[in-house]
Design a protein around this ligand. Structure first.
Ligand code: GLC
Length: 549
């Protein structure tokens, strides 16, 4: 066993259970070479910032060579670095520098599909039907007399058909391949031993380089039952329960992760993993089990209305589910796929965010002040919970969604595959503002790869570092205080007469209270160590969380 640069006998194998993990979307974080695209040396240059923020780990979204048909989730080569982002040496330097700063590194792994530029896919296209090269993917003959219809009427998650027809090496129209996402993301065939072995090699490749864990993209899609005849979409959608769906959340997927776990356990401390699995809550524990990936994302708060009862139900249910697999829960409000939570909370509960973005983000008008108030209150609440909290770059600045990206600057395949229906996810992926002014607000020396709005400077790291009341200063304080809560995983609810407040106590008599209502509420006796907004005459105002000891 090679230990990699992360080797340290004294490292706690449970470090992940209550970690604060900061997601870096590398192409939009910091651009060291001025080409408009963030890179690994950019990450290294901002390690002092990450350290001062007080996070425990970074989750790095894909940094692999990619044509960016899906923001890097279309991987050309799993064991390399996109030359625009750096080299493997830069990667090693980044790992060493993060570890030196006491920060762990989790990397994204994308096992459901490669890109269509992956050497396996190129080989599959150049090889005949039924060849071993095609067996690594999911190729089928088309329906209809000349095979000109897709094998089934399934839709891609980004809109449009989930099957694309290829030209055979002799130039004639030929077979179809499955892509649950964009057509540039052909799905792999996980029944193929070579595919499985190659991913084990990839897990070891990065683990040997000192990576501490993996975030597993669309973890619930790998196992597929594609026995003919393929069921039509209507049948799949209407009748099949989870566990027997032809591609989502099949029970056999866990055999794959049992093999991965053996690889993780070859290392000290064992490598960790977190599943991105869009499954019903009760199906989550298997992904999060100790003989599987160990942890699974819970996106329930990310989708919940701003409502005390909804938050309480979700928290109770997820703590219970985490206990069922001896994992710890995860809490997430924002990531690279969703509208930033400061903006979501600026809109009335129940707003259809797709439709709202499509309308240019104007109807209804967002109440940005309320949005930020609620976002801060929600984050402080989550930071008081047992489990790990996943933060998305820029939320510590209170950044809002960018809603006015012109069509010709958009990059998300969801925009191109759904004309007039969706604008996609670019609005939360705009490069971060580091300075008040300057080219790309300090992101780099050149123009950023997605346009930044004029108001970004006010939310820059530079501006917020100077402002004592800023969201950045608030996050720093909260993360520093949270360290005291990371020792135990107990939580006790305090029942209150005012149903609009959520109140719980953590060990050491640490109270967290959130006011979801419209009137200020009384605080219990104790010292307020932090509040997400100023108190009002000693009371907790609306849309505010306070911590007391
Ligand atoms: C995951 C990623 C998303 C990507 C998709 C396909 O949901 O978070 O960004 O588009 O998988 O890889």
């Amino acid at each position: 066993m090679r230990s990699g640069s992360g080797f340290d006998e004294t490292v706690d194998a449970n470090w992940w259970r209550q970690a604060t993990v900061y997601q870096i979307y590398p192409r939009s974080f910091a651009d060291a070479d001025g080409d408009g695209i963030g890179d690994l040396p950019g990450v290294v240059s901002r390690i002092p910032y990450l350290k001062s923020l007080g996070i425990d780990a970074v989750w790095l979204s894909p940094f692999y060579p990619s044509a960016l048909a899906d923001g890097g989730y279309d991987v050309d080569d799993y064991r390399n670095v996109d030359p625009r982002l750096g080299t493997l040496d830069d990667f090693d330097e980044m790992v060493a520098a993060l570890h030196e700063a006491g920060i762990k590194l989790i990397v994204d792994i994308v096992p459901n599909h490669t890109s269509d530029r992956h050497e396996w896919f190129k080989e599959a296209l150049a090889s005949p039907e039924g060849s071993p090269a095609r067996e690594r993917y999911i190729f089928r003959d088309g329906a209809g007399p000349s095979g000109c219809e897709p094998p089934a009427d399934w839709e891609s998650l980004f809109g449009g058909p989930a099957w694309t027809r290829v030209r055979e090496p002799d130039g004639t129209p030929g077979q179809w391949y499955l892509h649950l996402f964009a057509k540039e993301q052909p799905d792999l065939n996980w029944d193929n031993r070579e595919v499985r072995d190659d991913f084990l090699k990839t897990l070891r490749f990065w683990s040997d380089r000192g990576v501490d864990g993996f975030r597993v993209d669309v973890a619930h899609a790998l196992a597929k039952d594609l026995t003919e005849p393929l069921p039509p979409k209507a049948v799949i959608d209407a009748t099949l329960p989870h566990g027997s769906h032809p591609f989502w959340d099949r029970d056999e997927v866990h055999d794959i992760y049992a093999e991965w776990r053996q690889v993780f356990n070859e290392y000290h401390p064992p490598r960790t993993a977190v599943a991105e699995a869009g499954v019903p809550a009760h199906r989550r524990p298997r992904y999060a089990s100790a003989d599987g990936l160990g942890q699974a994302f819970n996106f329930d708060l990310l989708m919940a209305d701003w409502d005390a009862a909804a938050f309480r139900r979700i928290i109770e249910e997820n703590l219970e589910l985490a206990r069922a697999s001896d994992a710890s829960s995860t809490w997430v409000f924002s990531n690279h796929d969703v509208v930033r939570h400061a903006t979501r909370y600026a809109l009335p509960n129940g707003t259809d965010l797709h439709a709202w973005l499509l309308g240019g983000g104007a109807d209804p008008q967002p109440d940005k002040e309320q949005g930020l108030l609620r976002a801060r209150a929600a984050t402080l609440l989550a930071l008081a919970l047992p489990g790990s909290v996943y933060l998305y770059q820029g939320e510590e600045l209170g950044l809002h969604e960018v809603t006015d990206i012109p069509a010709d600057a958009r990059q998300d395949p969801a925009f191109f595959r759904n004309p007039g229906v969706e604008v996609g996810r670019d609005g939360c992926r705009v490069p971060l503002p580091w300075t008040v002014t300057g080219p790309s607000f300090g992101f780099g020396d050149g123009k950023a790869h997605l346009p930044q709005p004029d108001w970004f400077g006010q939310y820059s790291v530079e501006a917020e570092t100077k402002d004592e009341a800023s969201t950045l200063r608030f996050y720093r304080k909260a993360l520093e205080l949270r360290r005291r809560l990371q020792t135990s995983e107990e939580l006790q609810w305090v029942e209150r007469t005012d149903a609009s407040a959520l109140h719980f106590v953590r060990p050491g008599g640490w109270h967290s209270i959130t006011n979801f209502g419209t009137e200020p509420v009384e605080l219990p006796a104790g010292t307020v160590v932090l509040s997400s907004a100023p108190l009002s005459e000693g009371k907790l105002p609306t849309d505010t969380t306070a911590w007391l000891v």
